[in-house]
Design a protein. Structure first.
Lengths: 437, 418
């Protein structure tokens, strides 16, 4: 981003004359930037926790009566609350907690790692597994956005594509036409329906961009809102009856057949979707870096003028990239239906679209880096519930932390200045998304 | 990318569209409407308001015929000026056609429809004006949604805290709250400017950051502090413009409105004058089109951009106040509901000019107002479909127009001194 001199060019990596083969400190620092961005964002989130956890009227009175010391005394409970909140966040996210084992509910299985005073450091496998289950759609959706970025397209429409995929998938999953099928056919068919739904939803903005030049950012956002309204109508409509389960007390679709569900792994809530997501990561990497089509997509993303000059069809690549991106997001939506929820209520995917953008940015659009980034997201969201219970802080705090993470990733110079890391050299990665034209 | 390659120009596409619509109307109208069905259109309030009793079927058939004529003119495309006029007229005819069809056998009020359209166009036109300020100076601002949300939330939060202090003067409290909304929008914009000018972050990414941040921050503030709200859903008072409100028929509807509604027009006019008739506007446009040239003649490019983006955010904050302080009287999560993005489309529709953007705002306001009007008239269409209308309109308009609209040349690029 530092050297966008002409409209879209990205300067090619300059070979540094004295590049040493082994890792030096400056380079390690550069690689640490995403981690430090997360840490910095957490610290900023802590400030919000302290602000929310402090009784400001009492602090005012204390400041008037006892000066600065009294004021600080009033802040301390807020700091303690932030500590509790982060402990709960960690415990909810990966299962590592520092609590009194007697307070844990009897049915929860946990392992005591180290008794320390009255409390012990414990590990609750259930929480970690829940986080991993939460992570699965984020891997696929993050991958979808990353694939779009590789072609220079900013796909904000993951949410709509998730809905489109989930709607088609749930239809194949529960509809009587498909109910006699054996699992070996029914499940792949339901997954395929999800992919196709997402692909259609993604290809429309791609086509509009290629054909008319309408910017994909606005069109994908519009497609999100349309998908949300469409899902709402399809699921709630009674006249005509389309997807609504009339026997249910809340509006949702009927449950899908057993044959279309992702098989569970062992006795846990982990499901086949995990392996599908991991396979998708490998597949996308292979597609982008080892195939001609992937090369074309990356070339168009780096410099469409050069790509056109080299005889590649920019329009075709726009449509292809958006369709593939939508397909991945659609698979993510299908996975949630087939593996976790087994039906589809309206408003199920609220916010996943923005999350997947954040994950793709955090991973710097590198397919393999998507996995840890998605895991972080799954952990934050899964841990937020326990944080809300323990520290009485709104779940939305996690959204603020997430926004800061993206901000520090996008403007990594802030992190570099804060943590005294050398400035970015030319040739380090740059994420490209263009202006209107 | 280039439609010329396909030998089909936009005129042909529009013409074909109108021919299809015209044929559909010719085919459907006689079956759906009896010959003696009448759509009553009233143009005012009260009993003695002018009333136009249009025979539904005949009127629709006339419109269909006009569509066919316009369509054929477009396909032949021999007389460009005549064709353009006919197609434009056809485009405008869509609005009465829909209303006449919807009001078959019933009565509907065209004047309140206009007023409702104008009212719903307000946040979109204000948002589009905000977009113009940022983009004309060369910074893409997709964060209008987030800035509006921040304005809506913090304006209401301010009211929540100020109102008890100023119990005897609610209007002053409301006015101060709007001011807070404007300032908060400006602060969000300052962050956007800081990220995209100082750190040269990709402007679309930076805008997305602002949007996510605004969503999280406002939901957080609402859950932590606003849930126990006792604020009695007060909104800004209506102001009757003296003199103008006494104009027969339109006066009461158009000139007895709330302050932000009027401010929209003030904003549009000021923006137009500043942009096109002042040295400041000239510099601003120069910075957006060719920053190197502007720099050469001594314009502070980045300073100009900071200023314009912050002004953009302040205008967006005002648009946010429309939601919480002028219309609803409370704050809900994500209450702007995509209006900030629609505003961007309106800005593109209006080719980055204030009055064009107002036209775009009116179009989307109409699509919005149509939803409620259809429900009042009991047109058997699901409400979700009607809610999709503004978004579908946006996509159609963008697909049809963006190729002809040219963005400021340097929009989206950080400026680096050579």
């Amino acid at each position: 981003m530092a050297d966008t001199k002409s409209e879209t060019s990205v300067s090619p990596p300059k070979p540094t004359p004295n590049a040493r083969p082994n890792l030096n400190w400056a380079e390690l620092g550069s690689r640490l930037v995403p981690v430090l961005a997360v840490v910095t964002a957490m610290l900023f989130g802590g400030v919000f926790m302290i602000v929310a956890g402090t009784d400001w009227e009492a602090a005012q009175t204390a400041f008037r009566d006892h000066g600065l010391g009294g004021f600080v005394g009033q802040i301390i409970p807020g700091i303690a609350k932030a500590g509790i909140a982060y402990e709960a966040l960690l415990e909810g996210a990966i299962g590592l907690g520092y609590v009194d084992p007697a307070t844990i509910r009897a049915e929860t299985y946990f392992i005591t790692l180290l008794p320390l005073g009255q409390n012990s450091i414990i590990f609750i496998p259930r929480n970690l597994i829940d986080t991993i289950v939460r992570t699965i759609p984020f891997i696929l959706a993050g991958l979808a956005v990353a694939l779009g970025f590789k072609c220079g397209l900013f796909n904000i429409g993951a949410e709509g594509q998730l809905y489109a995929g989930a709607l088609l998938s749930v239809f194949v999953g529960f509809h009587p036409i498909f109910s006699g099928l054996p699992g070996l056919i029914h499940l792949p068919l339901a997954m395929l329906a999800g992919i196709v739904g997402g692909m259609i939803w993604g290809a429309i903005p791609g086509f509009l961009k290629a054909r008319t030049g309408a910017h994909e950012v606005i069109n994908t956002i519009m497609m999100n809102y349309i998908a949300i309204r469409l899902a709402d109508w399809l699921i709630k409509s009674r006249e005509p009856l389309i997807l609504l389960d009339t026997t249910a007390s809340v509006p949702r679709t009927p449950f899908i057949n057993q044959t279309a569900m992702y098989p569970l792994i062992g006795n846990t809530s982990l499901h086949l979707g995990l392996f599908i997501a991991l396979a998708a990561v490998g597949l996308v990497w292979w597609f982008l870096y080892r195939t001609t089509l992937g090369f074309e997509i990356r070339t168009v993303g780096a410099n469409p003028h050069a790509a056109r000059y080299a005889g590649m069809s920019v329009s075709r690549n726009f449509v292809l990239a958006m369709a593939l991106s939508g397909g991945l997001a659609g698979l993510a939506g299908a996975g949630e239906v087939l593996g976790v929820q087994h039906n589809l209520p309206p408003g199920f995917f609220a916010g996943v679209g923005f999350d997947s953008i954040a994950i793709a940015l955090l991973a710097k659009t590198d397919p393999f880096a998507i996995i840890p980034a998605a895991l972080l997201w799954g952990g934050l969201i899964n841990g937020a519930g326990l944080m809300q219970v323990r520290a009485d802080l709104s779940i939305d705090l996690v959204k603020i932390i997430q926004a800061f993470i993206v901000m520090f990733i996008a403007a990594d110079q802030i992190v570099r200045v804060l943590w005294r890391i050398r400035a970015r050299r030319g040739g380090e990665e740059a994420i490209v998304a263009r202006g209107w034209s | 990318m280039n439609p010329q390659r396909f030998q089909i120009t936009r005129v042909h596409v529009f013409a074909a569209f109108f021919i299809v619509v015209g044929l559909l109307m010719l085919w459907q109208a006689p079956g759906n409407f009896e010959a003696d069905t009448i759509s009553k259109m009233s143009f005012g309030l009260g009993k003695d308001a002018p009333l136009w009793e249009a025979p539904t079927r005949a009127t629709l058939l006339v419109i269909a015929a006009l569509y066919l004529v316009g369509g054929v003119l477009g396909l032949v495309n021999r007389w460009p000026r005549l064709t353009f006029g006919a197609l434009l007229f056809n485009g405008i005819l869509i609005f009465p056609a829909i209303l006449i069809g919807a009001a078959a056998g019933k009565q509907t009020n065209m004047l309140t429809m206009l007023a409702e359209t104008l009212r719903l166009a307000t946040p979109i036109a204000i948002g589009a004006t905000a977009g113009i300020w940022a983009e004309r100076s060369g910074v893409v601002n997709i964060a209008i949604e987030g800035m509006m949300l921040a304005g809506a939330c913090f304006g209401f939060t301010a009211l929540f805290f100020i109102e008890p202090l100023l119990a005897d003067n609610t209007n002053l409290a409301l006015f101060l709250s709007v001011l807070v909304a404007v300032i908060c929008g400006g602060l969000m914009a300052l962050l956007h400017a800081w990220l995209s000018i100082r750190f040269k972050t990709n402007q679309v990414v930076s805008g997305t950051v602002i949007n996510i941040l605004a969503l999280g921050l406002t939901s957080f503030v609402r859950r932590e502090w606003l849930l126990s709200t006792r604020a009695g859903r007060i909104t800004l008072p209506s102001i009757a413009l003296p003199g103008l409100v006494d104009i027969p028929i339109v006066g009461e509807v158009l000139f007895n409105n709330k302050p932000i509604f009027y401010l929209m027009f003030v904003m549009l006019i000021i923006t137009h004058i500043v942009l096109f008739y002042t040295p400041f506007g000239l510099r601003m446009r120069a910075v957006g089109e060719h920053p190197q040239a502007a720099d050469t003649v001594g314009v502070n490019v980045n300073g100009m951009r900071y200023l314009c983006v912050v002004i953009s955010g302040m205008i967006a904050g005002l648009g946010g106040a429309w939601f919480s302080l002028e219309t609803v009287g409370s704050f809900d999560d994500g209450m702007t509901g995509g209006r900030g993005f629609i505003a961007l489309a309106a800005m593109i529709f209006g080719k980055w000019t204030p009055f064009g953007a107002f036209g775009g705002g009116m179009l989307f306001g109409f699509a919005d107002a149509l939803g409620t009007r259809f429900q009042i008239l009991n047109v058997p269409v699901p409400s979700q479909w009607l809610q999709m209308l503004p978004f579908l309109t946006t996509m159609v308009v963008l697909a049809g127009l963006v190729g002809r609209a040219v963005a400021p040349a340097a929009s989206g690029q950080p400026y680096e001194k050579q």
